[in-house]
Write a protein that binds this ligand. Structure first.
Ligand code: HEM
Length: 550
C-alpha cells in the first residue's frame, strides 16, 4: 500500500464502485468502508460487533498492550475506562474548569509569535507548525499535570520523532505477523518499542512531578483536589483500590495519560495547521473570519472563551477543515468480532475494519464542490444542520458509535481559542507569494508534510507583549526621573517637572533623545544682573538671556 492509504483506498473504492471492499493485507483480512450507508451499519446498526480494536504487533509495542482507552479491546475494562473518561476526565464541566489554562497558553502562543515578529523585523518568517505544536502540547500537558512539565522540550522532541516514524498497522510486520523475517526487515517494531520506552520514561517522570507537587500542596494548602486530569486519575486510583473488577494500576494510569496526550495533541495541532493553510489559500474566507473575530472583540486585549460563542463563522472554518482534512482519515481501526452482513457483503470474524471518513468527506455523491474549501456551505441547506457528532455518517472526523472520540468539547475549545487568537492579533502572508504547498504525510495522523512558515504582521499587540512594553515604559520613566532630577540639581530650577516638560508629547528619555528633543529648548530665561563680557561681546545689565540648548 502507498504511504497515503486513505487516498489509495478511496481510488480503489471509486474505481470498483465498492462501498464495502475486502482486501487481503498480507496475512490480515481487512474490510474498507467507503459509503455513508455502510458506515452507518458498521458504526450504528451493528455497533457492538465492531466496537473492538484489533491489536497489531506495532500497536502492542506502542499502545501499552491496549491497557489504555483507545486500543483496549471492547469489554468490561474498556467500559470502565470510557466511563471514567466521559464522566470524569473529559466531561463538559471538566473542560470548562480548564479554561484558564487554555487562555493562558493561547496568550503565550500569541506573545511568542509577536516576539518572533519583532525580532525578525518586517517580513519575519515564523514557523507556525512549531508554535502550534508547542501551544497544543503545553495546553494538553498542563490540563493533565496542572503545571508545565519540567522535561517538556525532551517530551516534544520524542513525540515529534515518534509521530513521524510510527505508522501503526501498515508495516510489513503488521501485515505478516507470523513472519519473523518480515518483522526484522521492516524494523518498525524496534522503533516502536524504543519510542514506547522513551515516552514511558517521560510519563513516569510527569507522574512523579505531579505527585511531588501534590504532596507539597497538601502540606501547605490542604491539596489541589481535582484541578487537573492527573489529580482526578490519582483520586480514582485511591477510591478504586478495593474494587475487585477494576484496578487503575500504574500501567493503566500511564496508558490513559498517553492516550489523552497522544489523542489530544497531534489531532488538534494537525487540524489547526490545516485550517490556517486553507485560510491562506482562500483569502476571502480569511477576510471574513478575521472581520468576524475583530468585530466581536472590538479592540479587546485578547480573546477569551466567552467570545467564542459569537464566532459562528470561525466554527464553520474548523468544521470545513475537518471535512477536508480529517486528521485520522481512516478513523481508528475496528475489529469485526462476529461474522456480519454489511450492505449485502459478509464481513468475516476477525477482519480489520477501516472506515474511510476522509473519502466520505469528499465524495461528490454527498458534497457539492467537494474539493473546495467553503465553510459557508454549513450555513445553507442541505448542510446547515449537519454536525460532526456522529449522526451524519458522511461527515465523521471524530468517528461514531460507542468508540467515537470522547474529547470533542476539549478539542473544540483548544482549536477555536488558538485559531481566533492567531486571526485576531495578526495578519498573515506567505513568505514568497505563490501557491502554498499542501502535501500530506502519513504518520499517526495525516499532517502537513512540511512545516508551515508564514510572515505575520501584528494588528493587536498581545497582552503579554503589552506587559513587556509596559515594563519597558516604566524603565524609561525611571530614566526620565533620574535625568530630570539631575537637570533640576544642575539648574537649580525646582519648578521643572516631567509633566510640564513632556508637554503632552511622548518621547523616549534616553541621552540621545534628550540631545535631539530638549523639552525646554531655550532652557529657562536668565537675567544678566551686571554688564558682562561673553566670548568678546558685552552683555548689558538687565538683559534677558536665552540659551539655545536645542
Ligand atoms: C481534532 C481533534 C480530534 C479528532 C479529529 C479526533 C478523532 C478521533 C477519532 C476518529 C477516534 C476514533 C473514533 C472511532 O473509532 O469511531 C478518536 C478516538 C479517541 N480520541 Fe480523539 N480526536 C480528536 C481529539 C482528541 C482529544 C483532544 C483527545 C483527548 C484529550 C482525544 C482522545 C481520544 C480517545 C481517548 C479516543 C479513543 C476512544 C475509544 O476508543 O473509546 N481525541 N478520536
Amino acid at each position: 500500500m502507498k504511504p497515503l492509504a486513505h487516498r489509495t483506498l478511496a481510488d480503489l473504492a471509486r474505481r470498483h464502485n465498492a462501498p464495502v471492499m475486502y482486501l487481503q493485507l498480507g496475512e490480515v483480512p481487512a474490510v474498507v468502508i467507503s459509503s455513508r450507508d455502510a458506515a452507518r451499519e458498521v458504526l450504528k446498526t451493528h455497533d457492538t460487533v465492531f466496537a473492538s480494536r484489533p491489536m497489531s504487533l506495532s500497536m502492542r509495542a506502542t499502545a501499552n498492550e491496549g491497557l489504555g482507552i483507545a486500543f483496549s479491546p471492547y469489554g468490561r475494562r474498556w467500559r470502565h475506562l470510557r466511563k471514567m473518561c466521559t464522566v470524569e476526565l473529559l466531561s463538559a464541566a471538566r473542560v470548562r474548569s480548564l479554561r484558564a489554562v487554555r487562555e493562558d497558553e493561547a496568550a503565550r502562543l500569541v506573545a511568542a509569535v509577536a516576539a518572533e515578529c519583532r525580532r525578525g523585523g518586517a517580513g519575519a518568517r515564523v514557523n507556525v507548525s512549531a508554535r502550534v505544536a508547542a501551544f497544543v502540547a503545553d495546553s494538553v500537558l498542563r490540563a493533565i499535570l496542572g503545571e508545565r512539565f519540567s522535561r517538556r522540550d525532551e517530551f516534544l522532541q520524542v513525540l515529534e520523532e515518534g509521530l513521524r516514524s510510527i505508522k501503526p498497522g501498515t508495516s510489513l510486520g503488521d501485515m505478516f505477523p507470523s513472519s519473523r523475517l518480515l518483522r526484522a526487515i521492516s524494523g518498525t517494531f524496534s522503533k516502536d518499542r524504543e519510542f514506547h520506552r522513551k515516552i514511558g520514561e517521560l510519563v513516569n517522570c510527569a507522574i512523579d512531578q505531579h505527585r511531588d507537587r501534590r504532596e507539597r500542596s497538601t502540606n501547605t494548602t490542604g491539596g489541589d483536589g481535582d484541578k487537573d486530569l492527573m489529580g482526578v486519575l490519582l483520586r480514582i486510583e485511591q477510591e478504586e483500590g478495593d474494587d475487585p473488577d477494576f484496578q487503575l494500576d500504574t500501567g493503566t494510569l500511564k496508558a490513559v495519560i498517553l492516550d489523552l496526550f497522544g489523542g489530544g495533541s497531534e489531532t488538534t495541532g494537525t487540524t489547526l495547521l490545516w485550517s490556517i493553510s486553507e485560510l491562506m489559500r482562500n483569502p476571502t474566507v480569511m477576510q471574513r473570519a478575521q472581520e468576524e473575530v475583530r468585530h466581536v472583540l472590538q479592540g479587546k486585549e485578547r480573546v477569551d472563551e466567552d467570545d467564542l460563542t459569537s464566532l459562528k463563522f470561525l466554527r464553520l472554518v474548523i468544521m470545513e477543515t475537518l471535512r477536508l482534512h480529517a486528521p485520522t482519515p481512516l478513523l481508528m481501526p475496528r475489529e469485526c468480532t462476529e461474522r456480519c452482513n454489511i450492505s449485502g457483503f459478509d464481513v468475516p470474524q476477525g477482519a480489520l475494519v477501516l472506515v474511510n471518513a476522509w473519502w466520505m468527506g469528499r465524495d461528490p455523491t454527498y458534497w457539492d464542490q467537494p474539493e473546495e474549501f467553503k465553510p459557508e456551505r454549513f450555513e445553507q441547506a442541505p448542510y446547515s444542520n449537519m454536525d460532526f457528532r456522529g449522526t451524519d455518517f458522511e461527515y465523521i472526523p471524530f468517528g461514531a458509535g460507542r468508540r467515537m472520540c470522547p474529547a470533542i468539547a476539549f478539542a473544540e475549545a483548544n482549536m477555536e481559542l488558538a485559531l481566533a487568537s492567531l486571526l485576531y492579533h495578526f495578519d498573515w502572508k506567505l513568505p514568497s507569494g505563490g501557491e502554498l504547498d499542501m502535501e500530506e504525510e502519513m504518520g499517526i495522523t495525516v499532517r502537513r508534510k512540511r512545516d508551515l512558515y508564514l510572515c505575520p504582521t501584528i494588528i493587536h499587540a498581545p497582552t503579554k507583549e503589552r506587559e513587556r512594553l509596559g515594563a519597558a515604559k516604566k524603565n524609561e520613566d525611571e530614566k526620565w526621573n533620574r535625568a530630570s532630577e539631575l537637570y533640576r540639581n544642575f539648574t537649580g530650577n525646582s519648578s521643572i517637572s516631567q509633566e510640564k516638560c513632556r508637554n503632552g508629547e511622548k518621547f523616549p528619555h534616553s541621552k540621545q533623545a534628550l540631545r535631539l528633543h530638549a523639552s525646554t529648548p531655550l532652557l529657562m530665561p536668565r537675567e544678566c544682573t551686571e554688564r558682562c563680557n561673553i566670548s568678546g561681546f558685552d552683555v548689558p545689565q538687565g538683559a534677558l538671556l536665552l540659551v539655545n540648548a536645542w
